[in-house]
Design a protein around this ligand. Structure first.
Ligand code: HEM
Ligand code: HEM
Length: 125
C-alpha cells in the first residue's frame, strides 16, 4: 500500500482499536451509554476508512495524487471532530453538540469529495 491507501488503512486500524476499547469498557462497566459513539467509531471510523483504503489500493495512480491526500486529511479531521464530540456528548456534555454537527457535515462533504474522485475512475475502468 502507498499514499492515501496507507493513510486511510492506518486510520482505520487506529479507529478499530479505540472503538473496541470503548466497546469493552461498556461491556465491563455494564454501562452502554456510549453505544452510539462505539457504533460510529466502528462503522464510520474503522469500516468506512478501510473500504476507502481498499479503493485507493486498487487504483494506486489515484492514491498518490494530491487530491487523495487532501481527501484523507479532510476525512480524518471530520471524523475526529465528529467522533470526539459524540464521545463527550454521550458522556454528558451537551454543549459539544455543535462539534458533532460540524464534524458530521465535514464527513458528508468528504464523502462527496470521495464520490468526485472515485466514481469517474470506476466508470472509466
Ligand atoms: C472488542 C470488541 C467489541 C466489543 C467488546 C463490543 C461491545 C459492544 C457493546 C457492549 C455494545 C452495546 C450493545 C447494546 O447495548 O445493545 C455494542 C454495540 C454495537 N457494536 Fe460493538 N463491540 C465490539 C466490536 C464491534 C465491532 C468490530 C463492530 C463493527 C465493525 C461493532 C459494532 C457495533 C454496533 C453497530 C453496535 C450498535 C448495535 C445496535 O445499534 O443495536 N462492535 N458493542
Ligand atoms: C454524517 C454522518 C452520520 C450522522 C450524522 C449519523 C447520525 C446518526 C444518528 C442521529 C443515529 C441515531 C442515534 C440514536 O439512536 O440516538 C445514528 C445511528 C446509527 N448510525 Fe449513524 N450517522 C452518520 C454516519 C453513519 C455511518 C457512516 C454509519 C455506518 C457506516 C452509521 C451507522 C449507524 C448505526 C449502525 C446506527 C445505530 C447505532 C445505535 O443504535 O447506536 N452512521 N446515526
Amino acid at each position: 500500500m502507498q499514499g492515501a491507501a496507507r493513510l486511510f488503512f492506518t486510520l482505520a486500524v487506529i479507529y478499530s482499536i479505540l472503538g473496541m476499547i470503548l466497546g469493552l469498557t461498556m461491556a465491563i462497566s455494564n454501562d452502554h451509554g456510549e453505544m452510539v459513539t462505539h457504533a460510529h467509531i466502528m462503522l464510520a471510523g474503522w469500516v468506512t476508512s478501510a473500504l476507502v483504503a481498499y479503493f485507493y489500493h486498487l487504483f494506486p495512480a489515484i492514491s498518490s495524487k494530491p487530491i487523495a491526500t487532501y481527501h484523507f486529511w479532510f476525512q480524518a479531521a471530520s471524523t475526529v471532530v465528529m467522533l470526539g464530540s459524540l464521545l463527550l456528548l454521550y458522556g454528558g456534555h451537551p454543549a459539544v453538540e455543535p462539534g458533532a454537527a460540524i464534524g458530521s457535515i465535514g464527513f458528508i462533504l468528504s464523502m462527496l469529495l470521495f464520490a468526485y474522485i472515485s466514481l469517474p475512475v470506476v466508470w472509466k475502468s
